[in-house]
Design a protein around this ligand. Structure first.
Ligand code: TXA
Ligand code: MG
Length: 361
């Protein structure tokens, strides 16, 4: 299949280009497009064949549901049941409205019970549907023209989500009809997923919008206990149980006091070098000269977790293409968007964490 690459300027969005891209969706094709979080791989959410094509293009298990992207709040009631099932009729619509007022358009996905018109091919067989209204102007114009767009991240299953169009081109060329090149994304990590189908609201995937942000609007909201990676609870979002974002090399996170972390990582690097293992380090700009690894990747200024979010997936892809075999990452602050950064980093590392303070000198 030929994949057309369509460059769209975020500041001067061409109507005719958007119409052409939306036409591909309406005729059952697939189009990758930028959002403020990561690039999405879009198809018509209400067309079961389009969703099947999405799974095939990504190589993704078909029990892992897709997010439906909308551009207008009025679309929610067309695809979600707001006043039936387990909902308290008078309350839940208000909750959704309050959340939408504060966070939409933006990096928040809300899970509600689905209406019949949303095919099971889109929801991975579930009776619930994940809904998000992206703020990226290209995404918004594209969805407005196309209707309801089902879109997972536009990576091949198991690779880091794409934050640059080159990542999408790498993964999707020959697999989909069109890629909209809208430049680099803004945030760099996927949206926060909030489940409103149970009595208490639960975050199934951390993102730029935190538990605290959501609690301020709808009251106490916690994280799915299954996110911790323990044996007892499985994560509630089917996608969170897969080992995503795994770099080709081995990745270990090292926490502890600054000097201890530096000394521990350098000692490991020394050992690896003896065995001719190519090493890499992920650290803030200020620490770049601390490490003697073959490759050192900087995440931005110390304490700037938004910068880490912006760069993380790109860095993981770079390590892959440079064939780094052993990667050490400093741990980042778990506050704010840092909790989403650490969630993705821990998954990429298969939860391998070393505390340098516990190690002998
Ligand atoms: O930022 C984002 O959310 C990006 C952009 C493109 O919008 N999309 C994205 O989609 O990250 P994807 O498919 O890579 O991740 C969707 C996650 C998966 O973990 C999936 O299991 C979960 O959302 N999910 C979708 N629908 C669900 C549902 N009805 N119940 C529980 N989890 C759901
Ligand atoms: Mg994904």
């Amino acid at each position: 299949m030929d994949t057309e690459i369509l460059r769209i300027d975020r500041d001067h969005i061409s109507d005719s280009d958007i119409k052409r891209a939306a036409g591909v969706i309406r005729s059952g094709g697939l189009v990758a497009f930028p959002t403020e979080t990561v690039y999405g791989l879009g198809g018509d959410a209400l067309n079961p064949d389009s969703s099947k094509k999405i799974y095939a293009a990504k190589g993704r298990p078909s029990d892992n549901p897709l997010i439906v992207h909308i551009y207008d709040l009025g679309q929610v009631e067309k695809i979600a049941m707001l006043d039936e099932g387990s909902y308290r009729i008078d309350r839940v619509p208000d909750k959704v409205k309050a959340l939408a007022k504060k966070f939409w358009p933006g990096p928040l996905t809300i899970i509600l019970n689905k209406k019949e018109n949303v095919p099971y091919e889109t929801t991975g067989g579930l009776d619930t549907v994940a809904i998000r209204m992206p703020s990226d102007p290209i995404a918004a114009a594209f969805i407005r023209e196309a209707g309801y767009i089902a879109a997972p991240s536009a990576n091949i299953s198991g690779r880091p989500s794409p934050t640059k169009v080159t990542h999408v081109i790498e993964d999707m060329t020959g697999r989909i009809d069109m890629i909209i090149d809208g430049g680099d994304v803004d945030i760099g990590l996927e949206s926060t997923i909030l489940d409103l189908t149970d009595k208490a609201p639960v975050i199934l995937r951390p993102g730029a919008i935190t538990d605290r942000d959501i609690s301020e609007v709808i009251g106490k909201t916690g994280y799915d206990p299954g996110l911790k990676g323990g044996e007892n609870a499985a994560p509630k979002a089917p996608g969170m149980k897969y080992r995503h974002y795994a770099p080709k090399g081995e990745l270990v996170i090292v926490r502890g006091d600054g000097e201890r972390v530096r000394d521990y990582i350098n000692a490991r690097i020394q050992e690896d070098k003896h065995e001719l293992i190519k090493t890499g380090v992920i650290c803030p700009d200020e620490h770049v000269l601390n490490y003697r690894a073959s490759v050192v990747k900087c995440t931005g200024k110390l304490g700037d977790e938004e910068a880490v979010a912006h760069r993380l997936y790109s860095i993981l892809r770079e390590f892959d293409s440079e064939e780094v075999q052993m990667i050490y990452s400093e741990a980042f602050d778990d506050e704010g968007i840092g909790s989403a950064v650490m969630n993705r980093l821990l998954k990429a590392a298969g939860h391998r964490v070393v505390d340098a303070n516990d190690k002998e000198e």
